[in-house]
Ligand binder design. Structure first.
Ligand code: BGC
Length: 373
């Protein structure tokens, strides 16, 4: 909060709009004010933007990247906003949405926990004239006005290609490949799988690779992923490659592989370019991750949200078909990038993770080897 007259003015504007930060013990709340006096007037005229993030455990990204970049974008635009995290609680998710609407949100941006509760929230918002944006995850049959995400099938393709590259580097013969898919209730997980199946299924069909055990991990729960992978490895000790749908699931598999002295021998994929995932790559325990420049995603979503809050009707550059409703949803989709040991430095150069957080302890020397400045 800035000091002096400006923050007083902004606070008064917030009060006048009834924009007090709504509580909720599970999530953090941020209510910001405009960054300049002119902008403060603009912000008071524009509606307020509510954002609901899904949790803070299935991936570090939601709190370390999405919240940060969305906040920066809203502050720069001088709009009122409220970002909360539902901490994987579907009831809390709906309560937060209700509170945001009651407190004057005119735009609601959600990362759904499943399509059912996502749709309930979108329906309610629509009935109150609140504009809706599906952020990162498409709510199937939800009918949000916009969808902002990455090309998620491409994410899966990069994971499949990554595993092939790492298995080829290891000269693996007829490798048995296990799958740790994302949450069955996340449409992204379906798209990721479509992407990696597109690469790997032809290899299974041709007898080049052997399809091993496969599990979808409820809520992307990393602890459950560890238990599931332990069972897989007991059932099939010759697993030679693991397609893990994100860095958290990958790390769960790596932990089990370590116990069995198989880490580094069995390539594992990931996604999100988390500090943990990148460190696992530096250590040689993870084959690759997929970097999604969340800043671009957050900026695109914030741009739409700000325009909607000002009562405009922004146009999106593309659209996706909702497979459930058959409707086209106006969309902004970003490009993902595959990260291997030789380009971990790109993620640092992009400012997504800092050298300080990545290159701690034993990783310092590995960072130098990997050319991280
Ligand atoms: C996101 C991933 C994330 C996963 C778990 C997906 O919907 O696209 O980036 O790792 O959810 O939070």
């Amino acid at each position: 909060m800035r000091k002096g007259i400006l923050s007083l003015t902004a606070a008064a504007a917030a009060l006048a709009l009834g924009l007090t930060a709504c509580g909720g013990d599970s999530g953090q709340t941020t209510t910001s004010s405009a960054s300049a006096t002119g902008a403060a007037t603009e912000a008071a005229k524009a509606g307020k933007i509510g954002v609901i993030l899904p949790d803070s455990k299935s991936s570090a990204r939601w709190e370390t990247a999405d919240r940060k970049y969305l906040e920066e974008a809203f502050k720069a635009a001088g709009v009122q906003y409220d970002i909360q995290n539902a901490q994987n609680d579907k009831t809390a998710f709906q309560t937060i949405a209700d509170q945001m609407i009651t407190n004057g949100a005119t735009v609601l941006m959600i990362v759904n926990l499943d399509s059912g509760t996502g749709k309930t929230v979108i329906d309610k918002a629509k009935s109150q004239g609140v504009a809706t944006i599906d952020y990162d995850r498409l709510t199937l049959g939800g009918g949000a006005a916009y969808y902002v995400s990455f090309d998620n099938t491409k994410v899966g393709t990069l994971q499949g290609e990554g595993l092939v590259k790492c298995l080829t580097d290891k000269k693996a013969e007829k490798p048995i490949v296990a799958y740790l898919n994302g949450s069955p209730t996340d449409n992204n997980a379906t798209l990721f799988k479509a992407g990696y199946d597109g690469v790997l299924k032809p290899k299974f069909d041709a007898g080049e690779y052997v399809k091993g055990p496969e599990q979808s991990v409820p809520d992307w729960d990393n602890t459950q992923a560890g238990t599931l992978f332990e069972q897989m490895l007991t059932e099939q000790p010759k697993i030679a490659g693991v397609l893990a749908a994100n860095d958290g699931l990958g790390n769960a598999a790596i932990t089990v592989l370590k116990k069995n002295k198989l880490n580094g021998k069995v390539p594992v994929t990931g996604q999100d370019a988390t500090v943990q995932g990148l460190q696992n790559i530096l250590a040689g325990d993870q084959c690759m991750t997929v970097y999604k420049a969340v800043k671009k995603e957050a900026d695109a979503a914030a741009k739409l949200a700000v325009a909607l809050a000002k009562g405009e009707k922004p146009t999106a550059s593309s659209s996706v078909k909702d497979p459930e409703s058959g409707q086209d949803v106006p969309a902004e989709l970003m490009e993902p990038q595959a990260i291997y040991l030789d380009n971990v430095k790109d993620v640092v150069a992009d400012g997504y993770v800092t050298k300080e957080e990545l290159c701690t302890g034993d990783f310092a020397a590995k960072c130098t080897e990997a050319g991280i400045q």
